[in-house]
Design a protein around this ligand. Structure first.
Ligand SMILES: [Mg+2]
Length: 326
């Protein structure tokens, strides 16, 4: 029996360079008990632990221009230390996948971009879901239309990702007015072309209307298993926006699934001697005043964005290090 982990909300349990200082407990806004259970699962079996992590607003503070966003050094240090200890560390983002990998800069991690459409393979090549290909021309047609708008006056930052087009309007002098113009000039015509429109924090996104999202990416990653195809037993998803709710749902569904049957016909083989190991899922929402209600409702734990995320990462790292010899 391992020594019980102390309360994750206790700032005294976060020594070391990657740990936040005193007051860390105040950054866990809800669900400290659920967090402690997940940390215990990681301490019991770090190699069976998966950490699935959004980037913007989660490990990277939101800034006015998304091209200026960075992952602070303390976050990167914690994530780099976690990567070789966990069964799976994956970053799942709406960003271009190569840009995401460069921004996070953690090796030994899996990167999923464009909300699940792109996967960065270990050899550096990008594997794109073929379903995205048929929409590039239509998205680029809308990109040309957007280039006819007065982006400066509207406070628009345009992110052209090929099969997706993000229009950020955080810098708009009148966000409602900018959104109304986008609706009339871009979003309506995009829908008429058969594209889907997704929304986020001061963001609208044109995308293929395909059933691909962070949740489908998470399901695929968890099914593939950890390093060496090790079965995963715990999954923590960190996110801050509506697109992350599909990731929350995916880990919850994964944990609720019955343990897979053993080899052979389940009706004729003897039942397993031991109860199959349970799976544990923890959805962590990084909150600001802007966090959509759905994100709060569907998360198990609320933390203050983004310093509270660092508290969670430090807790995971401490848990992963508790296993002897690691
Ligand atoms: Mg985000």
């Amino acid at each position: 029996m391992k020594e019980a982990l102390p309360d994750p909300a206790d700032p005294a349990r976060h020594p070391g360079a990657s740990a936040p200082g005193a007051g860390a407990g105040a950054l866990i806004l809800r669900g400290a008990g659920s967090l402690a259970a997940a940390l215990q699962a990681v301490a019991d079996e770090p190699g069976a632990g998966a950490l699935l992590c959004d980037i913007d607003g989660t490990i990277s503070p939101i800034v006015a221009d998304p091209y200026d966003a960075v992952v602070p050094a303390a976050f990167r240090a914690a994530l780099e230390a976690l990567a070789p200890r966990l069964g799976l560390l994956a970053f799942i983002t709406g960003r271009d996948v190569r840009q995401a990998a460069a921004m996070v800069g953690v090796a030994e991690a899996t990167y999923v971009g464009l909300h699940g459409f792109d996967l960065l393979a270990p050899d550096g090549t990008v594997v794109r879901d073929p379903a995205a290909a048929g929409y590039v021309d239509r998205v680029q047609k809308m990109a040309r239309r957007v280039s006819g708008l007065d982006a400066e006056t509207l406070g628009l930052v345009i992110e052209n990702k090929g099969p997706m087009l993000d229009l950020h309007y955080r810098q708009a002098p009148d966000p409602a007015a900018t959104l109304a113009i986008l609706e009339a000039e871009i979003l309506g015509p995009a829908r008429a072309l058969g594209l889907a429109v997704a929304t986020g924090h001061f963001l609208v996104e044109l995308r293929p209307p395909e059933p691909v999202d962070k949740g489908t990416a998470v399901r695929r990653l968890l099914q593939a298993g950890g390093r060496g195809e090790t079965a995963l037993r715990s999954a923590v998803f960190l996110g801050d926006d509506l697109t992350d709710c599909t990731g929350f749902a995916a880990i919850h569904a994964w944990a609720a699934e019955a343990a897979p049957a053993g080899p052979g016909d389940a009706r004729t083989v003897a039942p397993p001697a031991e109860t199959p190991a349970k799976r544990l899922a923890l959805a962590v929402a990084a909150l600001t005043d802007e966090t959509p209600r759905q994100v709060r409702d569907e998360a198990d734990v609320w933390v203050d964005a983004t310093p509270g995320v660092l508290v969670v990462l430090a807790g995971l790292l401490e848990a992963a290090r508790t296993q002897a010899g690691r």
